[in-house]
Design a protein around this ligand. Structure first.
Ligand code: ARG
Length: 562
């Protein structure tokens, strides 16, 4: 329980008509510390009690149980609360130390399932930075939801269907070299794709060939299917290498191809509800009344589209997982697409359309320019991760040459740096990518947080105590209180991060806690032998636990030594 909650609890006991939440919402922090840690404005009760605010404040101050406070004082229409820092701090510490992994967790989910569609790269194309963003944001959201008692279903909705595969096959038939594909599948397939797109300008028949191959694929042609399977397999193998590095694991890899087989039901519903309209040989759904462009459901050549597959996917997920929410972590350039998806589901009569949540994020640019696979203006994700690990390894060699598992720690630090760099910014802000920024280990970075915690762990090893069950935790003073009361806010931060699908709140909390700890560490002789030594070490242990839990929610490792 944090300080504010202690105040709310004491007030609620004398205001039986109010709920804890209602009381808590009214509690303020006085601008001047001399007026206490918290204040309650009694005039909010004046109407109901038909009494002067000053009198109400005086009565409340009189009646309240003061065991958690140094002083409770009525000043004009306010009741001011001075926390008993020893007591309040001890309560927070006790809670953290008793169950570090679940500290701050609230069972808001009751085991309800939330599907999370994230990462979702396209096969036969390199995973771009947009997919990195989706992967790390999606994974963090899954972990935050898990913490709050939901059951996330992690889905990698592979882009493994669509006209581009027709093109790829046509290109392969003309120029394909199996040995090259085996050696470097993604880049080789990509080079075919780039070439056919380039040359199609002079050879329009290439486009026709591409369309024909995709139609063959949709009709289950044996060769087209074999090629498709092969391209998909070699691509997925490469993606999984990155997922392993990031420690991300999916429950399902059902992508667009899987959904392409589920098209009958949504199309039938659209027909029954008379929502499909013919337009230039194609069939569309009009979304004029939502101020949205029409949906192209069936193309003039009879093939399906990205949005049709998403309609089928949404229905399948509802039927299969009975989701509480269905989250899609996809760049904001697809905002219209998801608005169309929701509007169409609503038209189809599904009352759960509003449970579709598009968690969008800003573009990642490279040196101020838009990244584009076609133009070759991209960074390769695997290279970035490897480079970051290499730099972390160098830093360790300089600063802690004797570290036993240095290679392992370098991975945890290097990869953690890339993940944290992405998550510390509010997701909808655009970020410009620069490797130097990512692998900077000072300032507001993942390694900075990891390092603060490792410092604490080193203190704890020196201090030699790990069991604080008999420690008098109320021995903490005001320097410790600053750290401890901040840790007391963890639960609120997690809940807000969950409600807003915003991992940056957790990252910022971790940064601030690391900063406060570093300040504390610089100003306090923690290991000096006095009656408060154990309590100080307990604070360090609690800090280490909370930082670890925060990093874990972000999918960043917390090495004990670095
Ligand atoms: N494969 C798509 C892309 O790379 C993202 C898919 C997102 N998920 C979805 N259900 N539409 O742009």
């Amino acid at each position: 329980m944090n300080g504010k909650q202690l105040v709310a609890e004491a007030l609620q006991a004398v205001l039986p008509d109010w709920s804890m939440d209602e009381v808590e919402a009214k509690i303020e922090r006085p601008k001047d510390e001399k007026l206490g840690d918290y204040a309650f404005p009694a005039f909010t009760l004046a109407k109901t009690l038909r009494k002067a605010p000053n009198l109400i404040a005086a009565d409340l101050a009189d009646q309240i149980d003061k065991s958690n406070f140094e002083k409770v004082q009525a000043v004009g229409p306010y009741v001011n609360f001075f926390l008993n820092k020893g007591k309040a701090g001890a309560a927070i510490l006790q809670e953290i130390l008793a169950d570090p992994e679940n500290y701050g967790a609230r069972d808001l989910g009751h085991g309800r399932q939330v599907t999370i569609d994230y990462s979702s790269p396209n096969i036969a194309k390199p995973m771009g930075m947009g997919h990195l963003r989706s992967t790390v944001i999606g994974e963090a959201i899954a972990r935050i939801l898990e913490k709050e008692g939901f059951k996330p279903v992690r889905i990698d909705y592979l882009g493994d269907w669509g006209t581009q595969f027709g093109k790829m096959m046509a290109a392969y038939k003309m120029w394909g070299n199996d040995a090259d594909i085996k050696q470097d599948p993604i880049n080789t397939l990509l080079s075919y794709y780039v070439r056919i797109n380039r040359e199609a300008e002079e050879h329009p028949e290439y486009d026709d060939a591409g369309r024909e191959w995709f139609a063959k694929l949709e009709n289950g042609d044996a060769e087209a299917t074999r090629l498709w399977k092969w391209f998909r397999e070699v691509s997925l193998e490469r993606f999984k290498k990155v997922y392993d590095m990031l420690d991300v694991h999916f429950d399902s890899y059902n992508g667009e191809a899987f959904s392409a087989k589920l098209m009958d039901e949504p199309i039938q519903i659209l027909r029954d509800k008379k929502l499909l309209v013919k337009s230039q040989g194609a069939e569309i759904v009009d979304l004029d009344k939502y101020d949205l462009p029409p949906l192209l459901i069936i193309k003039s050549n009879g093939t399906t589209t990205y949005i049709t597959r998403d309609l089928a996917t949404a229905m399948y997920r509802k039927q299969t997982y009975d989701f509480f929410k269905s989250v899609y972590v996809v760049g904001q350039e697809q905002e219209v697409h998801f608005n169309q998806l929701k509007a169409c589901l609503k038209e189809m009569g599904f009352d759960w359309y509003d449970d579709i949540v598009h968690v969008s994020f800003g573009l990642m640019s490279l040196n101020g320019q838009k990244m584009s696979t076609r133009k070759g203006n991209v960074v390769n994700l695997e290279d970035v991760l490897n480079e970051s690990v290499k730099l972390a390894r160098q830093q360790i060699a300089e600063k802690n040459a004797g570290l036993a598992n240095a290679d392992e720690v370098a991975k945890e630090v290097g990869i953690g740096a890339v993940i944290f760099h992405d998550l510390k910014n509010y997701r909808r802000n655009p970020i410009d990518f620069s490797l130097e920024e990512v692998v900077k280990f000072e300032g507001e970075t993942g390694p900075y947080v990891q390092y603060a915690r490792a410092r604490g762990e080193s203190l704890l090893r020196k201090g030699g105590i790990r069991d604080f069950s008999k420690t008098d935790l109320s021995k903490i003073g005001s320097e410790e209180w600053d750290l401890v009361s901040f840790m007391g806010r963890f639960g609120d931060v997690i809940q807000r991060a969950m409600e807003q699908y915003d991992p940056s709140l957790i990252a910022k909390f971790a940064l601030e806690l690391a900063k406060r700890f570093n300040k504390y560490y610089a100003h306090t002789r923690i290991l000096v032998d006095d009656e408060a030594k154990e309590a100080r070490l307990a604070v360090v242990q609690a800090m280490s636990n909370v930082l670890k839990a925060a990093l874990q929610m972000l999918d960043v490792k917390a090495p004990d030594e670095m």
